[in-house]
Design a protein around this ligand. Structure first.
Ligand code: SF4
Ligand code: FES
Length: 246
């Protein structure tokens, strides 16, 4: 495949950025999107030019690092992570525009890299449970209904990629937050901090500059892990209960 890439280049948070055009040739349709960018970077390095900065780690769809806005869609045209997106999802001769996540809670670092540590601060605010030290208890001592276990497990598949924020016109982090609150709130171990968790995490979310949810649903449509929109309902219900108990 031969493609034209329009890639956002920006030296740092305080400099202006712009889309720069790069042709790439002889790209296999079996390459991942990141491998295609690796090819371009090798060519840039060989020419003595600065390679394009972008994030990746696992390249297996489990770490959430590979955050790219591709043709205006978070992670591109498939419901998957950018590292699991393959070039066969594009047409030979296509022009592809690649930009970073754009949200004030995710400040620009360089080129396609943004700082997503606001998510870490939300987790620090309440994404934990009290645990007793000592030997692990026998697993069957704490029974969990299958429905609750399945819902907690599904919510726990959130990888913190930030696509929900990037896709939301309000740059809200509510789907991420709802996934974390649902994951812990469905399990017996998560009950001790259930009220304080939702209040602390929501406060941190608002403090870091994420927007509010207005039920548009772009977050769930963009989520590579298919986290459902109703985790936000669970978040709101938990918040109302926490305020009633306060
Ligand atoms: S809810 Fe989905 S889109 Fe948002 S951070 Fe988690 S995995 Fe990514
Ligand atoms: S690099 Fe880890 S999910 Fe894409």
């Amino acid at each position: 495949m031969n493609l034209t890439l329009k890639i956002w280049r920006q030296d740092g948070p305080d400099t202006a950025g712009e889309l720069v055009t790069y042709p790439v040739t002889n790209i296999s349709e079996d390459m991942s999107f990141l491998e295609m960018l690796d090819v371009l970077n090798e060519e840039l390095i060989a020419k003595g030019e600065e390679p394009i900065a972008f994030d990746s780690d696992c390249r297996e769809g489990i770490c959430g690092a590979c955050s790219l806005m591709i043709n205006g869609e978070a992670h591109g045209p498939e419901v998957t992570t950018t590292c699991q997106l393959h070039m066969r999802s594009f047409r030979d001769g296509e022009t592809i525009t690649i930009e970073p996540w754009r949200a004030s809670a995710f400040p620009m670092v360089r080129d396609l890299v943004v700082d997503r540590s606001a998510f870490d601060r939300i987790i620090q605010a309440g994404g934990y449970i009290s645990v007793k030290t000592g030997a692990a208890v026998e697993a069957n001592n704490m029974q969990v209904p299958k429905v609750a276990a399945d819902r907690a497990f599904d919510a726990a598949t959130c990888i913190g990629c930030g696509a929900c924020v990037a896709a939301c016109p309000n740059a809200s982090g509510m789907l991420f937050l709802g996934a974390k609150v649902t994951h812990l709130g469905e399990l017996p171990q998560g009950q001790a901090e259930r009220d304080s968790r939702v209040v602390s995490m929501l406060n941190q979310h608002d403090h870091d500059g994420f927007g509010g949810c207005t039920n548009i649903g772009e977050c769930a449509a963009a989520c590579p892990k298919e986290i459902p929109l109703d985790v936000i309902s669970q978040l709101n219900a938990d918040f109302r209960k926490a305020k009633k108990h306060a």
